[in-house]
Ligand binder design. Sequence first.
Ligand code: NAD
Ligand code: DAU
Length: 338
Amino acid sequence: MTLSCIVTGGAGFIGSNFLHLLAEKRPDWRIVNLDALTYAGNLENLTAIEGRKNYTFVHGDICKTEDVERAFAAAGPKRVVVHFAAESHVDRSIQSGVPFVTTNVLGTQVLLDVARKQGVERFVHVSTDEVYGSLGDTGFFTEDTTIQPNSPYSASKAASDFLVRAAVHTHGFPGVTTRCSNNYGPYQFPEKLIPLMIANASEGKPLPVYGDGMNVRDWLYVVDHCEAILAVLEKGRIGEVYNIGGHNEYPNLFIVKTILKTLGQPESLIQYVKDRPGHDRRYAIDAAKIERELGWRPRYKFEEALPLTIRWYQSQGEWLQRIRNGAYRDYYARQYGS
Ligand code: NAD
Ligand code: DAU
């Protein structure tokens, strides 16, 4: 019997990359994409797969039971879920936390309830390393690190992780959780560090660096992340958490300077701005468990995938311009004051 994969948030950054991966690697699967098309959801990310006969888009909100049920009705009887849909940007959560609690917490519970009643075979909950809080100069997050979220975004993701854990524990629900570090690559909304800096540098605009620019993130190319999620979907153990990361720790300033150099722009474009409140200092992932148990390893090196990403954004001028028009301008003005 054909497997149906219900993907939430498939019009966003990682979700759309995951749908491209499924279309290539699992062409016989039926795919149902449930997405509310918030500011971050963009069907243009999916033009390459929208005509396929085994792909269905369902415009709906994970907070609404009837919308989630419509997605299940569009799938066949043998079903798995990969849950990406979320409010995902830390700075927006600092401006206003309610949408984060609504989608990330309430939405996840609604989805879990419907998925349980519908008897799904597997449910992969895509979470984040930010639930672990912040590291000092040394050490790594393991799956056993204490959950200590510091932003409204990460607190809402931590709550959703606990809801998945509770469903597994209470109902024997077939849930698995992944926690990944910072992703970069095609189709990322240009509010996040790397696409924002590429877009601004390309236009000769200032590059806003928070604080001293020495906060460290552990970067993972989005294709590697999507391959890890597929491995967890197919081989992960129910009830487990898998950290996903690529041992690519860099301070923000290094990333920004590399982008400027690659684009032939001067470092004078760097503009130090007010720090993010509660800014986590360092993230670094220990991904030994997924490597050991599922045989997953990142394929892309940062030195090759960052230039690939920069070239992708340069070749997608219209995609970028359409996003940077309209409502995004209002957010940008609120966040950076210009
Ligand atoms: P994104 O913001 O680019 O996309 C989110 C998608 O979810 C959009 O298509 C949006 O329309 C959809 N959505 C939002 N609210 C919805 C709702 N109520 N109902 C249905 N759809 C809704 O996010 P992303 O960066 O692709 O992140 C995807 C997931 O991965 C999130 O759960 C995020 O927490 C997690 N994650 C992201 C990163 C990263 O670096 N981007 C790293 C680790 C984990
Ligand atoms: O670690 C995984 C997380 O990575 C995901 O769960 C989140 O969904 C994703 O948004 C990302 O969170 P970050 O807050 O780490 O990513 P962001 O791109 O917003 O910021 C990366 C670093 O760059 C962070 O230290 C803040 C800094 N920064 C960011 C922006 C937008 C700047 O210095 N200037 C900026 O304008």
